[in-house]
Design a protein around this ligand. Structure first.
Ligand code: MN
Length: 270
């Protein structure tokens, strides 16, 4: 088995700072969408990347290692805010995938805090594996809001869990066996605000090259309005007959320079 990943990020057409951050390492990918005044959101999301970075080199990662890193990232953000009171209240989402050993076999550990998302492309559809920790997701779950109304709801950006919180947030995790043909997307809400699940699936399936898919997704979200920072990591597992049973990830990072896609600057809307 051969694992490939590629990431793309863009500040969008409204924001001047990109507060999203990502990691695309062998067997470990994540997206963090930072928030907070005085541009501290980028500090919070960068602290998550910094905390997870050493885990990328681990030969045998366990689910517990990932859960431990989530706790460490939460403490690192709180400690930084204590040292720099102007950053108080900064926080970040965290969504990602890690290859872990579980019961003698390799699995994807999907993890989530907040409203960034992990999708699996299955039978031509984009299926959201994570559950958003947001006001609107709770309204949908309780039957008070239709799924279709979420993307335009005024509370759609209010999240109910984030890193940088006391008490520490509970992270959702799921285990999925690693299989050839797996295709995943990890993304910030800047993508899902602009594109619906059908558009995401179509762009994911348009190219077998994960770098092209990542770039196309971000470019489409920018063309659709780019009202927020947009970050994606695409992960694909492809059969490799010469190296069956060997999981190997080629991390390639394709960033999209802001200048290549610039449209008209507008006032920040939120
Ligand atoms: Mn965002």
């Amino acid at each position: 088995m051969r694992l490939e990943s590629a990431a793309a990020t863009h500040a969008g057409l409204v924001r001047t700072v990109n507060e999203d951050a990502f990691l695309a390492l062998p067997g470990l990918v994540l997206v963090a969408d930072g928030m907070g005044g005085h541009a501290a959101g980028d500090v919070a999301s960068a602290l998550v990347v910094h905390t997870f970075d050493p885990l990328g080199g681990a030969d045998h990662r366990q689910a517990g290692d990932v859960v431990k890193a989530i706790g460490e990232a939460n403490r690192a953000i709180l400690a930084e805010a204590r040292r720099h009171p102007e950053k108080l209240g900064m926080g970040t989402t965290l969504s990602g995938l890690a290859v872990v050993d579980e019961a003698g076999a390799q699995h994807w550990l999907v993890f989530n805090v907040g409203d960034s998302r992990v999708y699996r492309i299955e039978d031509g559809n984009a299926r959201q594996l994570t559950v958003d920790h947001s006001e609107v997701a709770e309204l949908v779950a309780s039957g008070r809001l239709s799924r279709g109304a979420v993307r335009t709801h005024p509370l759609r950006h209010v999240i109910t869990r984030s890193l940088g919180s006391t008490p520490p947030p509970y992270a959702d995790t799921w285990l999925v066996p690693v299989a050839a043909g797996d295709l995943f997307l990890v993304c910030s809400d800047g993508l899902t605000d602009e594109l619906d699940d059908a558009q995401i699936a179509a762009l994911m399936l348009e190219s077998p090259d994960v770098r092209v898919a990542a770039t196309n997704l971000v470019e489409a979200a920018v063309r659709a309005g780019g009202r927020d920072n947009i970050t994606v990591v695409v992960v694909a597992a492809t059969p490799d007959s010469d190296e069956a049973a060997v999981v190997e990830l080629e991390a390639t990072v394709a960033t999209v320079p802001r200048s290549t896609l610039v449209g008209t600057e507008r006032e920040a809307s939120r």
